[in-house]
Design a protein around this ligand. Sequence first.
Ligand code: HEM
Length: 347
Amino acid sequence: MNPATLIPVPDPLPIPYGWFDVLLIVTFTVHIILMNALVGSAAIGLVRSFKGKSQLAKDIGQKLPPLLALTINLGVAPLLFLQVNYGHFDYVSSVLMGGWWLAIIGALLFSYYGFYFYKFRFESLSLSWRRLIFGSSLAGLLFTGFMLTNNISLMLVPNNWLQYFSGQGGFLNLADPTLIPRYLHFMVGAVAVGGLWVALLGQMRKEDEYVESGMKWLTHATIANLAVGLWFLMAQPREILLAFMGGNVPATATLAASLGAAGMLLFSGFRKNPRSAAVWAVITVFLMACARHWQRVLMVSPWKEMDAIPVTHQYGSFYLFLGFLVGGLALIAYMVKLYFKARTGRA
Ligand code: HEM
């Protein structure tokens, strides 16, 4: 069977697809930064609690339920833009994953309740219950991230879709050599940004020890991620690898720029300057998201020509959306300000 026959005919777009790509990259960057702070700080809190320092896990735990809510909300936006431009790939991979994909709803609910329980029942829980609830809630997030990596990588490889017809039903993209390094690249990145998050928290609350240890997590995880990123690059199909090695100018330029930004991030990390590291972290994640975008463009180009998708040039709803986006972002900025001001209850 030719996998191309499994790709549905894309619907016409109201405005040129480039607009949706920009919105997709920007909203995805915000989603991933929030996810990183969430997953990374939870992982650091758990490790520290096993080292007998449970105050950090408690302080981090106070912030996890709102962080999880923001991560989910900021995941909806890229999901919509992804479906507009690449729905004819992503709908198929979602359906082929079947129950695995749907399971993220249960996993997220489980983690959400777990983190709430941890936050509000902290004092009445024994140490082992605290670790169990915190750890299993984190496991729910790690599972969700793994399912997302499966889906987002499976949509790029229609040849792998044929596995569905071997009769086993919903499946994961385990045959893809990029799957594991891709997932690890996101998760190690999460530990780095989680460390930065801890350092920022420490800076605001004048806890030098949090700053010190947060910046250590940031620099160590970033160095480790350079190696994981190289593995991810080498696992790409040959033509994609060559595109990033100079064959395709936007792909090469964004990858080079993101590596430069990662260098600046490390520099700020070693100088123990959380604010400057935060700026470089945002720039690095944004540029990496751009490089990842070119990887997707190159992967889907043999299957579907984006320029061939009809455009109806109806700009009304686009302007309406932009108005709500600006208003919404202002509200979120206000909420984040309040959030940082909120004092965590201490024992
Ligand atoms: C809170 C738990 C979550 C975690 C840990 C998480 C993690 C991730 C990770 C690791 C990726 C990158 C996948 C890859 O490219 O390999 C990703 C992408 C994505 N996530 Fe999340 N996610 C979470 C929740 C959500 C939710 C609830 C939604 C939707 C409502 C969502 C929407 C998306 C979308 C659309 C992408 C792909 C965007 C693109 O390919 O441009 N995420 N997420």
